[in-house]
Design a protein around this ligand. Structure first.
Ligand code: NAP
Length: 321
């Protein structure tokens, strides 16, 4: 990139998402200077050791001084408190954004603390892994992923355009929608799937008739694919469910009805109903692969161990005898 899009990028929080933004922005030259901070001295120290930013600030207020782009990368339950801390230190004309997985509640929490003359453009990069902390991030996390912007109604179009250009520089495609619509869409594509994974892994862990070691041993039957999602950060996901309560409960109501219908089909041996649904769901998977949102490799591209090369038992050995 010839000229950086921003002079000074401040990242509040350098976990998986904040540290990935730092790495990606540095790699593509989207900001001339990057400043980072985190709540604990230990994380700030780690950010300095990893050289994630040009400067590591001791406080949230100090980090945003003179920044023309501030991105708040903390769990959604912390966003309001962080906005209150940085509000008085923001530079006139700065763009303030976030990466929270829930948009309406976070905007309600942050907006009142941001002074006039600041452009508030909330965002959500729909990209992640089950790991957290500054070591978990990587520069390519956002490549070919969507970043959803949820600007308030009267947001400055130029500020929205600049933030959009920033996310595109990091490899993302950008879409804009209302915060409320975002929360409904993400409830079904992300939040409810996490809840289902947390439930099934919890249920298996509670079973008495099946031992924990059996659950682990035979997990390749399907269970292990839920455990990746269920290993996601407890703080982040507690906050997501508390902040997106209404949309999650609405989608969960629909899910419970459909689950009951499926249970009924099994009880009444309605094979056609099961077959029809499973055919439809298979097409959804194909669509995701075709859109480049996952690899089409079998079994998520897991590698398989080679065949054991132990000698064949004697009756089969072709050793000339
Ligand atoms: P993370 O790895 O746990 O990192 C959170 C960071 O926030 C840490 O550096 C933490 O510092 C810092 N922090 C927490 N409270 C703070 C405060 N009051 N002031 C300053 N720093 C504070 O979390 P993450 O996965 O990056 O998630 C961050 C945000 O991204 C969340 O809002 C989440 O909803 C959103 N998001 C996550 C994913 C995902 O897959 N993980 C995907 C898209 C969006 P300490 O280490 O010192 O506590």
């Amino acid at each position: 990139m010839s000229e950086p899009l921003f002079e000074r990028l401040a990242l509040i929080g350098v976990g998986l998402i904040g540290s990935s933004i730092a790495r990606a922005a540095r790699a593509c030259g989207a900001a001339r200077t990057i400043v980072a901070t985190a709540r604990s001295a230990a994380t700030r120290r780690r950010a300095a050791e990893l050289e994630l930013a040009d400067e590591v600030a001791a406080t949230n207020g100090a980090a945003v001084k003179d920044a023309d782009l501030v991105i708040v990368c903390v769990p959604v339950g912390q966003c309001g408190a962080v906005a209150a801390e940085i509000g008085p230190h923001l530079r006139e004309g700065a763009i303030v954004s976030d990466v929270g997985s829930v948009k309406a509640q976070v905007a309600r929490d942050m907006a009142p603390h941001l002074p006039a003359g600041i452009h508030f453009v909330p965002a959500h990069p729909v990209a992640g892994t089950e790991y957290s902390g500054p070591d978990a991030g990587f520069a390519e996390l956002f490549v070919n992923r969507w970043c959803i912007l949820t600007p308030p109604e009267h947001a400055d179009p130029a500020a929205v355009e600049r933030l959009s250009a920033f996310w595109q520089a990091l490899g993302s495609s950008v879409e804009t929608m209302s915060a409320e619509h975002h929360d409904l869409v993400l409830a079904i594509t992300s939040h409810v799937p996490h809840l289902i994974a947390y439930t099934i892994v919890g249920t298996a862990d509670d079973l008495e008739a099946v031992t924990r070691s059996e659950v682990m041993k035979f997990s390749a039957g399907g269970f292990r694919d839920f455990t990746r999602i269920a290993a996601s950060d407890p703080t982040m996901w507690r906050d997501v469910f508390l902040a997106n309560r209404e949309a999650v409960l609405e989608m969960l109501g629909r899910f419970n009805e459909d689950l009951a219908a499926l249970a009924r089909a099994i009880r009444w041996a309605d094979g056609d109903a099961l077959f029809d649904l499973f055919t439809r769901t298979r097409a959804v998977r194909r669509g995701i692969v075709e859109l480049g949102q996952d690899s089409g490799a079998p079994d998520f591209g897991r590698t398989h161990a080679p065949l054991p090369l132990a000698p064949l038992p004697r009756p089969y050995a072709a050793d000339g005898e």
